[in-house]
Design a protein around this ligand. Structure first.
Ligand SMILES: [Zn+2]
Length: 241
């Protein structure tokens, strides 16, 4: 039986319809944006070099792609938290106060395009085959839905390797000690390696951000361009979210 990670949350939680709009609207915007971006890089870089990496068996390419793409997304995601203007895009995703599979979609279009680029441009430049990137993209998509879902997934010691909903819910926690932690999309050891892991046994009690992100799609799209600058840090040197 599937147990919820956080209890007391219904299917039709607040702002679910707004996230349905994200599911359809961003799907198109992000695909067009990403195709334009990868076309520009392909023109600049030339044909993908089908050398050593492409000669590896598919399963090994997928494993390697997992590490390369995760490192790329880790760096980009951490930048989204560290650089105030980038945070204004990413704060839309952190405005989620009840996590479920649908909340996966509430990501500003620019945020999605940059994170997709951080995952797939390194794979493209390193010469991974289209098949390997497609298999990785399928796993990555399933995992994105899973880590946002309100389910408990117990994988024992493997939690030190792979992201679970518990790990990613702590990334969304509105608890001071959890700010700017758990950036990796799939491989939790990246956070351990770079000192950003936060993984208590209990689930977080409060999700979201203190930033006043508006509740609807169009105003969230405009939010990074109209928001007031937030204070950078409080007196304790802790970033205010
Ligand atoms: Zn984040």
């Amino acid at each position: 039986m599937l147990l919820p990670n956080r209890r007391g949350q219904g299917f039709f939680r607040r702002h679910w319809f707004n996230d349905i709009i994200y599911m359809f609207a961003n799907g198109i915007v992000v695909r067009i944006g990403f195709i334009l971006l990868i076309t520009a890089v392909a023109n600049w870089w030339g044909p993908a070099p089908h050398g050593f990496v492409a000669s590896l068996p598919l399963w090994l390419q997928v494993v390697a792609a997992y590490v390369v793409a995760d490192a790329g997304v880790y760096a980009a995601h951490r930048s989204f938290h560290a650089i105030p203007w980038l945070w204004s895009f990413h704060s839309v995703h952190h405005s989620i106060e009840e996590l479920d599979w649908l909340a996966t979609h509430r990501v500003h279009a620019a945020d999605q395009i940059i994170l997709a680029a951080a995952a797939y441009l390194p794979l493209f430049v390193l010469g991974f085959t289209a098949e390997a990137m497609a298999v990785h993209a399928m796993i990555y998509t399933v995992q994105s839905y899973l880590v946002h879902s309100n389910v408990r997934v117990a994988i024992g010691p493997l939690r030190h390797v792979f992201a679970t909903p518990h790990f990613h819910h702590w990334h969304h926690a509105n608890h001071v000690e959890a700010y700017d932690r758990n950036f990796a999309p799939s491989l939790t050891w990246l956070d351990r390696l770079f000192g950003t892991l936060h993984l208590p046994d209990a689930a977080p009690t409060r999700l979201g951000t203190d930033d006043e992100v508006p509740p609807d799609y169009l105003r969230q799209l405009a939010w990074p361009f109209v928001r007031r600058q937030r204070p950078e840090a409080n007196s304790a040197g802790v970033t205010v979210r």
